[in-house]
Design a protein around this ligand. Structure first.
Ligand SMILES: [Zn+2]
Length: 443
């Protein structure tokens, strides 16, 4: 056969790629009240101009748009898209215990569901805290499927017996043999012990596209073989991981509940504590002195386990959950007292994905509407900047409405500064734009 059919196939591919990447026309929003991600008052009756994928102007004066489109916001609040500081798009819909036994393509398909689920609700960026998202991110960025911006971690890095050691109970003892199990073949976690192995695991993830590194530093709730009190990774191993990440210009975030795990991580140079509920006053002060962030999640631990959940997950898991839950208020009080940066995230993955919107309501137990709004937008936007030269979206800031920022915009019924919980229900969000492209428009 001659070459012709092959050429035709190639042209088709290029046509698909070109459609996905076409430059959007300028859009002028009129008749909106703007929450800019920072200020305690709205900019009333404002106009916002989007050119390409960036916001080009925000003004109380009328603006003109040439060859563009005008969207009358009908007096709604225009604000930055919501940022998730702790998601797991690669582990959507299914509980961890079964993810390793499923077909990889089924898992990937569920990830695309989760990505759209976030974006439909106005969550335009997800800082992924572990799991396979490199391919998902690429497909979204190329415009083939809808989804948020993703800041990927790649695989969780865990010691043997650590929080990501999800081997079956009778698994072969050698760590390299562990990696032949499905959980590891699906690129969810990596088991590495000793300095050479943790360096290799860290560099493997950086090579594939991790923009920050996620390490399991202590006992977990959902994992079966690591009691909560366990310290995971020696100081030497932790320092090695931090050093390898720093050589690439980025930082390490750790899963850590107990005081000892949080302290060891901070002393090793870790920049973000995920969870941190059981840290003490002194350790919180150490975190503040070192500019360490607290990435806390409240809805996740919002209610004690029901009898059905105890039945399903077992008494040990329920007891771990309750221990961590007891520390929520204290850790937040410490963080507030010492002025630690507090991120807005949910950790609501798998079967709990539909609860993400509840995070707004649970935050009102501890924070004002303004504080919660800032955390979910501009504060999380600052957190994303810790990725330094690895930032996959370096053209402008995320999480603010200002000239030069990425055009990640939602339109909301009502004023979230008066009641932030309205953001938890997508019925109140009528318009979602990401990267200057309209994803949803129910106006
Ligand atoms: Zn998590």
């Amino acid at each position: 056969m001659p070459q012709k059919p092959l050429v035709a196939i190639c042209f088709t591919c290029f046509a698909v790629a070109a459609t996905a990447q076409e430059e959007p026309m300028p859009i002028l929003f009129t008749n909106v009240n703007v929450f800019d991600g920072v200020s305690e008052t709205l900019i009333e009756d404002a106009n916002v101009l989007v050119t390409g994928n960036l916001i080009s102007e925000v003004s109380s004066e009328p603006l003109a748009v040439a060859n563009g489109r005008i969207i009358d916001g009908g007096g709604r609040t225009l604000m930055p898209g919501i940022i998730e500081a702790h998601g797991h798009l690669g582990q959507a819909v299914l509980p961890t215990q079964v993810t390793g036994s499923e077909d990889w393509q089924y898992m990937a398909s569920l990830s695309t569901f989760a990505a759209k689920y976030y974006l439909d609700r106005g969550w335009t960026t997800v800082r992924d805290a572990g799991g396979p998202t490199f391919g998902l991110k690429k497909a979204i960025d190329e415009g083939h499927i809808p989804g948020p911006r993703i800041y990927p971690s790649g695989r969780f890095i865990s010691q043997t017996s650590g929080h990501a050691d999800f081997r079956y109970g009778y698994a072969a003892p050698h760590p390299n043999e562990a990696e032949t199990e499905p959980f590891y073949n699906q690129f969810i976690g990596a088991i590495a012990d000793g300095v050479p192995e943790v360096l290799r695991a860290t560099r493997e993830e950086l090579r594939k596209g991790s923009v920050h590194i996620k390490v399991m530093a202590g006992g977990g709730i959902s994992s079966q073989y690591d009691p909560l009190h366990t310290l995971q990774y020696s100081a030497e191993e932790m320092q090695a991981i931090v050093g390898a990440a720093a050589d690439w210009g980025t930082y390490v975030m750790v899963h850590a509940y107990t005081d000892a795990t949080v302290r060891r991580a901070i002393e090793a140079g870790v920049k973000v504590i995920e969870h941190g509920q059981l840290m003490t006053d002194e350790t919180a002060k150490l975190a503040a002195d070192n500019g360490v962030w607290l990435s806390t999640q409240i809805a996740f631990l919002g209610e004690p386990p029901t009898p059905e959940q105890i039945e399903a997950f077992g008494e040990v898991t329920a007891a771990k959950f309750n221990s961590v839950r007891e520390g929520v208020e204290t850790s937040i009080n410490f963080a507030r007292e010492y002025g630690i940066n507090i991120a807005f995230g949910t950790d609501l993955w798998g079967p709990r994905l539909p609860e993400i919107g509840n995070e707004f309501e649970y935050r009102t137990r501890y924070f004002s509407d303004l504080e919660t709004l800032q955390q979910a937008t501009s504060v999380n936007g600052e957190l994303l900047q810790l990725t330094g030269p690895l930032n996959p979206y370096p053209e402008g800031p995320i999480g603010v409405i200002q000239s030069g920022a990425y055009a990640d915009i939602i339109l909301v019924d009502g004023n979230p500064l008066d009641d932030v919980t309205i953001l938890g229900d997508m019925e109140n969000i009528h318009f979602v734009m990401k990267d200057g492209r309209v994803h949803r428009n129910d106006l």
